[in-house]
Write a protein that binds this ligand. Structure first.
Ligand SMILES: Nc1ncnc2c1ncn2[C@@H]1O[C@H](COP(=O)(O)OP(=O)(O)OP(=O)(O)O)[C@@H](O)[C@H]1O
Length: 289
């Protein structure tokens, strides 16, 4: 589904959680939604899922307003961190409930996912461990095959092998059944390989919306003797720097053309990539944006 936000504002009383977000997300991609604690990720997804009505601004999904619009919301799924949507009855009953609600439900896929996550379908969901409950939420979120599928830190509570399983299943199922997927996470480097595009919000505002590879190509670490590094990076957008004795490493943001890269190499400077998590940290540091 295609998402269009125009000057989106969400307030909770005095707190402005979303502060004028304008953003278009094309359909059929996997988006990483990143932001520090309290930046507005859950608020944004809650508005997209029509759990909350925006205070002002426009939210259109496939051209239609989303709030109290069942035609659109039946095609949207939001899985939150603890899978709290499925806490009544057994695992099996939770799946039957989802089947009724979800037009694209794939029961066979859901059962195969339960097997993969080693969840006993006869067990009451409320007796499941935190990780098992998260897995239940993920099973329902994936097997719903909603044209707009959102996971809001849905992996919390899952151990590392189960998270890997989730990412692999999500990618395989997305390739077989393309849809728009939005994932929020703080485990950025663990999951960034899945993202086609990255949306970063900070204090309720949009900071970056970019293809992941384009964003990564804009981050460069420049390392070498401090004076040389300072000379080379003068006038560039410096995101951060670290010194170790006479050596300095500076993270810069922006395109570096071939001539600049050659010049760096000729002067003995080392250029390196910057992991997405580091770029994110710099771009959302206090005082940034
Ligand atoms: N129900 C609420 N009532 C009042 N303020 C709220 C409510 N929900 C969220 N907020 C505030 O809105 C802002 C955005 O919160 P939100 O939960 O959207 O952030 P987040 O990016 O999902 O954070 P985290 O990474 O910690 O989960 C925060 O300042 C938060 O305190």
């Amino acid at each position: 589904m295609r998402i269009e936000l125009e000057d989106l504002v969400l307030r909770y009383g005095d707190v402005t959680a979303l502060d004028g977000i304008t953003l278009t997300l094309e359909e059929g991609k996997i988006y990483g939604l990143l932001g520090r604690n309290g930046s507005g990720k859950t608020s944004l997804m809650s508005v997209l899922a029509a759990f909350r009505k925006q205070t002002s601004g426009q939210v259109r999904i496939d051209g239609e307003p989303v709030f109290e619009n069942a035609r659109v919301t039946s095609r949207i799924s939001l899985t939150r961190e603890t899978g709290e949507t499925v806490t009544i009855g057994t695992g099996e009953e939770a799946l039957s409930y989802a089947e009724v609600l979800r037009p694209n439900w794939d029961g066979e896929f859901a059962r195969s996912l339960l097997d993969l996550f080693k969840i006993n379908p006869k067990m009451s969901v409320k007796n499941m461990s935190r990780g098992q409950r998260s897995a239940m939420g993920i099973v329902v979120g994936l097997a719903s095959r909603a044209p707009l599928t959102m996971f809001d830190e849905a992996h919390l509570g899952l151990d590392a092998p189960s998270r890997q399983l989730f990412y692999e299943q999500l990618l395989a199922d997305y390739l077989a059944h393309p849809r728009t997927i939005i994932m929020s996470t703080h485990l950025i480097d663990e999951v960034s390989w899945l993202f086609e595009e990255v949306v970063i919000i900070h204090q309720g505002r949009l900071v970056i919306h970019e293809e992941r590879d384009t964003l990564l190509s804009k981050g460069t670490s420049v390392t070498g003797p401090a004076a040389l590094v300072d000379g080379f990076t003068a006038g560039m957008q410096v995101l951060g720097s670290r010194s170790l004795g006479p050596t300095k490493s500076v993270t810069v943001y922006g395109e570096l053309d071939d001539a600049r890269r050659r010049k760096a190499q000729e002067s003995g400077l080392e250029l390196g990539p910057v992991p997405l998590q580091d770029l994110f940290t710099h771009l959302t540091a206090d005082g940034a944006s």
